[in-house]
Design a protein around this ligand. Structure first.
Ligand code: AMP
Length: 195
């Protein structure tokens, strides 16, 4: 199964991707996680991406397309994957189409988590508080200033993907404001119909 989860920052893509991957035993390919790992390891990509990520802007298409192309070629991705946080621009979606076509693969489902964008800032604040309370480290871009920029990047560059996939007849939507369990159930129901 090859699946894309779309939605603004804070919509719950990461949480839901983790749940779905556990259920289906396929890897969660989060470009945000891959980039954060590169930053931590101080690789050339990490060095290039660090400041851009911290500000809340998008890393260049060529960098993320490159890391996704490498990642989907790995053995564990052969039985499928969930893309979390990629594609984020129409150019990335087009590059993904080419990458998959070259391998004779296609996407089974593209699911958009629909959320009330006004409620997201509060969600992000809560996420930071809970992480701190649990003794974790809050992401450098989980602060109100960077979040506003992330949301703007989403609205300007990522939101057009809904139309891109809707035109291909592949887009399904799920209410991301429901409880975490209900969102998971709704995603599973869509997968049942489409995958
Ligand atoms: P995320 O964990 O998905 O919220 O991503 C965190 C940050 O990593 C984003 O704000 C971007 O700076 C960068 N990033 C992650 N995925 C992408 C992508 N597909 N294209 C461009 N930048 C990305």
């Amino acid at each position: 199964m090859r699946l894309i989860l779309l939605g603004p920052p804070g919509a719950g893509k990461g949480t839901q991707s983790t749940r779905i991957t556990q259920k289906f035993g396929i890897p969660q390919l989060s470009t945000g996680d891959m980039l954060r790992a590169a930053v931590k390891a101080g690789t050339p990509i990490g060095l290039q991406a660090k400041a851009v990520m911290e500000s809340g802007q998008l890393v260049s298409d060529s960098i993320v397309v490159g890391i996704v192309a490498d990642r989907i070629a790995e053995p564990d991705a052969q039985k499928g994957f969930i893309l979390d946080g990629f594609p984020r621009t129409v150019a990335q979606a087009e590059a993904l189409d080419v990458m998959l076509a070259e391998r004779n693969l296609s996407l089974d489902s593209i699911i958009e988590l629909k959320v009330d964008e006004n409620a997201l800032l509060e969600r992000i604040r809560k996420r930071a508080e809970e992480t701190l309370a649990a003794g974790g480290t809050v992401r450098a871009d989980d602060n109100p200033d960077a979040f506003v920029i992330r949301l703007k990047a989403y609205q300007e560059q990522t939101a057009p993907l809904s139309a891109y996939y809707a035109k291909k007849g592949q887009l399904r939507t799920v209410d991301g404001m429901a409880s975490m369990d209900k969102v998971t159930d709704d995603i599973l129901a869509v997968l049942h119909q489409t995958a």
